[in-house]
Design a protein around this ligand. Sequence first.
Ligand SMILES: [Zn+2]
Length: 566
Amino acid sequence: MHRISSILALAACAIAPLAPLAAQAPATATQGRPTADLVVLNARIYTADGMRPVVDAMAVRDGRVVFVGDRAGAQALVGSATRTLDLGGRTVIPGMTDAHAHVAGLGAALRNVDLVGTTSYAQVIARVVERAAATPKGEWVIGRGWDQNDWGDTRFPTHEALSRAVPDHPVYLTRVDGHAGLANAMAMQRAGVNKDSKDPAGGSIERDAAGNPAGVFVDNAQGLVSRAIPGATRAQTKQAIASAIAEMHRWGITAVHDAGASPQVLELYEELGREKALNIRLYAMISDNAAAIEAWFKRGPQSGLHDGMLWVRSIKLYQDGALGSRGAALLEPYADDPKTSGLLVSAPAHIQDVATRALKAGFQVNTHAIGDRGNRLVLDSYEAALRANPTADHRFRIEHAQIIHSDDIPRFAALGVIPAMQASHQTSDMYWAGTRLGETRLRGAYAWRSLIESGVVIANGSDFPVELVNPLISFEASVSRQDARGWPAGGWYPEQRMTRDEALKSMSLWAAYAGFQEKELGTLSAGKWADFVVLDQDVMRVPAEMILDTKVLSTWVAGRPVYERK
Ligand SMILES: [Zn+2]
């Protein structure tokens, strides 16, 4: 079995000879050689290419990098139609890849009225009124993020003021923690909730003195209203995908691996591609749906559709649940609940069956596994599938790979399995992970360094909208293992930190490798797509506690700006 790191070293060598050719012939632009469409000058360009990691100039033609090197070399490619971007010493990095995220989920979240940070009920109502004015009457207005503890009156609100202000739209506003929701009169009417509605198990309906629902529904009672909210229409989902892409551009993301796309979403990606409206490199994993998987196996793996924008050649499966809800499958019981050791979402035989068929069809399999038992079972299933169908370059992945038994860490490299890990989960979970797992298991938790040293690459990501979109949150967590406030001092199990070079690669070259894209993306090297980001400070050199202050000044896909900061 190939070692992943040596494959990547070879890939870097194979494309390197293109660059020196351009460098040796600085005068060619005036001798009839095609000039560049764009040259980037006076920048500190981190290429993520080990052959020439830092350069100060770059040239682009037809959407691809044609030169990386010094100013003179790039200037030699300037012609009358060339755009020159003088960056005054700013930092450039390859466009960032989020190798595990939920694109339509982000789009849906962005569609909601954002109520985070509101300081009064009146302010909440004002935001809803504004949205309702732009929404056809009778259509739902959904919001999230209110917290009555931030208001003058910290009691739960009642629906009357909201119902008076927004009488013609059903409204449902989820509290900041997701454990309560506020409905207006029309929403309660649509949901058939009234005085006679009973509190469900594990939930309660807030009531007025007369026993009528007062508007707030707590925990399981939320379902009484939320089940009346219709799913998004096709047009709304398409719009949601477009706004998710715009949001990613804002944060410097030029490539994303969608960790589970439904047949409808896959169809919309293709439609957007045909309309030339897909301007992000989208690596879409097919959701675990028997009919969809069968259809895609028949069609075969698809790479770089619509001018290098869409890849469909992988299947997303689930082995276990999540750590926060004690659904992650553990080899030993939970430290804080010895009665349970988690649950399996799919039978291991199912993972093995899909993996076996995927190898025959030329598809990759990416399975969610969080607990040490979940990870071991997936490795077992992959191993059995590979024994039946030995395949050199399968690049099977485990998504999250959060808690791994020390015996299983070397199996990733031995089997050629890529851990796709979201560094932001470590800094989100570290406050309570120890209570769930106990000291011993924490040593194999979020074990980036142990995995890298075993000979694998890590594909980094965020898992948005579970976490925030900003990819620098995972970059910062990767190098510091501290939260945004620098806690804990020295980092949480700091021996597992990545270097900045590794963290950058985990969001560029290594992520591209995890999507079979490393010949096209992942480094700023001659021949690859010119996807890059301009930053206002040098994330590779500023103190770690300053990384999250970094602003994206512009984002470029195929040599064209898709975002420019005002
Ligand atoms: Zn996910």
